[in-house]
Design a protein around this ligand. Structure first.
Ligand code: D5M
Ligand code: FE
Ligand code: ZN
Length: 551
């Protein structure tokens, strides 16, 4: 591609992370082979240089005669058409934040007792499991569930069931991203003296500038710096994060389309800014969670996968029996974060592992299993990617036919995601498909299957349950971005990755709840070792967690 004019040369250098002196650009433009010379300049510019100077061009011109990468046919060897960048966002960095306490992951300590209530919780239903049948009620028990039902309260916010406006057209995508930028931008605009992208371009070189936008691109430059392109309603602007700055660590956390604020110094030609500070919408460190006024507990589960040959019926029955028993007398709420059933046609060759092949029969069976849990629990359910609702997020709650089938305990059926507030404690429920993406994109110490709650911390920091569009997570464009985490929740509950893990991020309790499905062939093939048959139980008065094991 010919490098005909200075503007094209400046763009080319900028795209590789370089600013350039005007004289340097003039020298390149007036060369016989500007493209080849630009390649030589980039090859010979000193390591770490950010600005291409006239001197660098002269050196390249002198060196060019014998070290020329120009091929005999006059074309240069590594042309500007080739993608000069490596891909983004992997590499070692620190953990996101300090201040996480009481972390737990997987099977290191499968059963914990932290409430000191004098109840033996160690066996999780083993010893005190009664001889009742699956659908039994508290026949042998002499206890009553602790609470006076009139003390209970459960409210739902952010349920978009029945409110879908999207038609999947281009303007819907524009609307949903505009809404995201509006609402997450509002959390950032107070922190920086921001300007629109197009206004920044017109400011004099050397100015202190700031911008709020969505991440449009992240690339590493040939010299090891990072170029982050932010987009706002007016356009895009490139921000250069230098490799020796503290912020390179944060660049590795970035996902496309997340909201961010950058602060920095404009280069001389105002074509790029050098980053001095970076801000995420984040959860304030001062966040103080609400708690219930009495000792009451919620069981947080997900990924039941009824209909799969690997559905662990015995573990489920043990859980249901435990819920009927005296040690579970404070458990008055049951939250189920998606994948009620295994579904059909979710993954290739899934039918080979189905126990029930008809999806409605799967829901009938799920309903039978739901009947096994006490009828006086308040139950909330959201769908997951195996459920029979649209796959794109936000996912509306189950339709009338499925509600009719899952009628056992008059469960509250709401969208994925939704926020339920139980006796003052807000719980953001989200199935968790984006966690696969966060785990794939970020360095292992920031997000891994063994510590799924750390991946959840990233979503809290980005204040969005599924930031990246166009990858693994499907997004349904709506007028409103329902996936924005507008209010800080007290508890964040996800599932999907089938790994149990929890911890606190800026005082928000993040819990990934494990599953009720044993390892599938697919999981074996990719070395996913699921945490099956565990139920984390949250004390709503203290936000402490105990884990009950049922295998
Ligand atoms: O997802 C359970 C976990 O396993 C989640 O981390 C995705 C991953 N998984 C399971 N099957 C597949 C296939 N076939 N491809 C890619 N990733 C997969 P769940 O939603 O319960 O299936
Ligand atoms: Fe699942
Ligand atoms: Zn899932």
């Amino acid at each position: 591609m010919p490098l005909e004019g200075p503007a094209r040369i400046v763009r080319e250098l900028t795209s590789r992370g370089y600013n350039a002196e005007r004289e340097a650009v003039t020298l390149i433009a007036s060369a016989e082979e500007p493209g080849a010379l630009l390649e030589r300049v980039v090859d010979t510019v000193p390591e770490g240089a950010l600005v291409v100077e006239a001197g660098h061009v002269r050196t390249a011109l002198e060196a060019g005669v014998d070290r020329s990468p120009v091929a005999p046919d006059g074309r240069h060897g590594s042309g500007p058409d080739e993608h000069p960048f490596t891909s983004s966002a992997t590499g070692p960095t620190d953990s996101p934040e300090a201040g996480e306490t009481g972390e737990y992951a997987g099977k290191r300590a499968p059963v914990e007792t932290t409430d000191g209530a004098g109840v033996d919780r160690s066996a999780g239903g083993g010893a005190e499991r009664s001889a009742r049948g699956r659908a039994g009620r508290s026949t042998g028990g002499t206890f009553e569930r602790s609470g006076d039902p009139s003390l209970r309260s459960l409210e739902v916010a952010g349920d978009m069931t029945g409110a879908s406006t999207g038609t999947g057209e281009y303007r819907d995508f524009v609307a949903v991203f505009r809404d995201r930028l509006e609402r997450l931008g509002a959390k950032l605009r107070g922190r920086v003296n921001h300007r629109p992208a197009t206004a920044i371009e017109r400011m004099p070189g050397g100015s202190e500038v700031a911008m709020v936008g969505l991440v449009n691109d992240v690339r590493s430059t040939a010299s090891g710096h990072w170029l982050v392109e932010l987009e706002d309603a007016t356009g895009t602007f490139p921000w250069l994060v230098m490799k020796d700055r503290e912020y390179t660590d944060l660049v590795e956390e970035l996902l496309f389309d997340e909201a961010l604020a950058m602060e920095g110094t404009l280069a001389d030609d105002s074509g790029i800014a050098f980053v001095d500070a970076m801000y995420f919408p984040d959860v304030p460190r001062t966040h103080e969670p609400s708690t219930a006024d009495r000792h009451v507990q919620a069981a947080l589960i997900s990924d039941v996968h009824v209909g799969s040959q690997e559905f662990m019926e015995d573990a489920w029955n043990a859980f249901a029996d435990w819920l009927h028993s005296e040690p579970a007398r404070h458990v008055e709420y049951l939250l189920i974060a998606g994948d009620m059933v295994e579904g059909v046609g979710v993954y290739p060759n899934q039918d080979e592992e189905l126990d029930i092949v008809d999806v409605y029969e799967q829901y009938e069976a799920f309903n039978e299993h739901l009947k096994a849990v006490p009828g006086d629990l308040e139950i909330v359910m959201i769908p997951g990617n195996h459920d029979a609702v649209r796959l794109a997020e936000p996912q509306p709650g189950f339709d009338d036919r499925l509600r009719g089938i899952m009628s056992a305990h008059d469960a509250r059926i709401v969208s994925n995601p939704s926020t339920v507030t139980i006796e003052g404690v807000s719980v953001l429920m989200y199935h968790g498909v984006s966690l696969d993406e966060v785990i794939a994109e970020l360095p292992a110490e920031k997000a891994s299957y063994d510590e799924p709650h750390r991946a959840m911390y990233q979503l809290l920091k980005k204040r969005h349950v599924a930031p990246q569009f166009g990858g693994h997570t499907r997004l349904a464009p709506e007028e409103r971005d329902y996936l924005v985490i507008e209010e800080v929740p007290d508890v964040f509950h996800t599932g999907h990755v089938h790994k149990l893990g929890f911890g606190k991020y800026h005082n928000v309790l993040a819990i990934n709840s494990g599953c009720w499905q044993a390892q599938t062939d697919f999981q074996k093939s990719v070395n996913i070792d699921p945490d099956s048959g565990y139920a984390p139980i949250v004390d709503l008065d203290t936000l402490e967690v105990t884990v009950q094991k049922f295998t």
